[in-house]
Design a protein around this ligand. Structure first.
Ligand code: SAH
Length: 253
């Protein structure tokens, strides 16, 4: 008996060594698979983004290379929750929280190009929503301010932007009809909610020569995306295209 036990005890260390070896091998293979899978997902998103820019934005006439580059960079899927994330690069708006929407990629490109943001400019966005439009603007200038009237959205966008690395975007929970006086005047203002008329406070906070883009019309049906330039203190309007945005409200929630 003693003899047999002695042999078995001798075998244990060997078995253990072999077992550990197999485990390490299996883990290494698994790690390789995971890395390949992660790369595949990342590639897929990058590929989808490039395709989105080519087909939906460039093809329809947006030509400012800085805007196109920004939209190739911003990971739009990270601004959209499940179950809609897989549709992030599709050619339409998508629901976000609180019955609001993230705009169609083309509309983001069109509005961003329209206000001609230059490096160092100060930009105000009204209607932060998911924070996606603000992230696109952050590629064009470091001074991006954005106002959101729904607290839950303002907080979520702040977190998303921080997580991805857009720390410079400043978000305020408030009524965008009143603008953000503290940082005025702005070189550009982008309003991403529908309004019956241009809010006077926003026009006041626009610099001389500055540009504002805003959907003006019936907030519960259709609007005209309107570009307004401040020329000698007066608004000069240019109508762009018909759009459908969620309404601009006045009560903080
Ligand atoms: N630009 C956003 C999408 C905007 S959706 C994005 O990139 O995801 C319109 C947003 O405007 C909604 O989140 C809505 O809550 C907000 N909003 C509506 N009225 C507002 C107001 N008076 N001031 C600020 N935000 C407003």
């Amino acid at each position: 008996m003693n003899d047999i036990r002695g042999k078995m005890e001798m075998k244990h260390p060997k078995n253990l060594k072999a077992g550990v070896g197999v485990c390490i091998f299996v883990l290494a293979v698994l790690a390789l698979f995971c890395r390949a899978d992660l790369k595949k997902t990342q590639n897929t998103y990058a590929e989808q983004r490039n395709q989105m820019v080519e087909e939906q934005i460039k093809n329809r006439g947006v030509s400012d290379s800085r805007v196109l580059d920004a939209m190739r960079e911003v990971p739009r899927h990270l601004f959209i929750d499940e179950p809609y994330r897989h549709l992030a690069y599709a050619d339409h708006p998508l629901p976000i929280q609180a019955q609001q929407t993230i705009s169609q990629p083309y509309i983001v490109g069109l509005m961003t190009e329209a206000v001609q943001v230059q490096k160092g400019d100060k930009v105000l966005e009204v209607g932060t929503g998911s924070g996606y439009q603000a992230a696109v603007l952050a590629h064009l200038t470091v001074h991006v301010y954005s106002i959101e009237i729904i607290k839950e959205l303002a907080e979520k966008a702040r977190q998303t932007l921080k997580k991805i690395g857009y720390d410079q975007v400043k978000i305020k929970w408030g009524d965008g009809n009143l603008g953000w006086e503290e940082h005025a005047p702005y070189d550009a203002i982008i309003v991403t909610a529908a309004s019956r008329k241009m809010p006077p406070a926003l026009f006041e906070q626009l610099k001389e020569g500055g540009l504002m883009v805003i959907p003006i019309g019936n907030p519960s049906s259709f609007q005209i995306l309107t570009l307004i330039e401040k020329k000698q203190g007066k608004p000069v309007r240019k109508e762009m295209i018909g759009v459908r945005f969620v309404p601009m409200t006045e009560r903080k929630r």
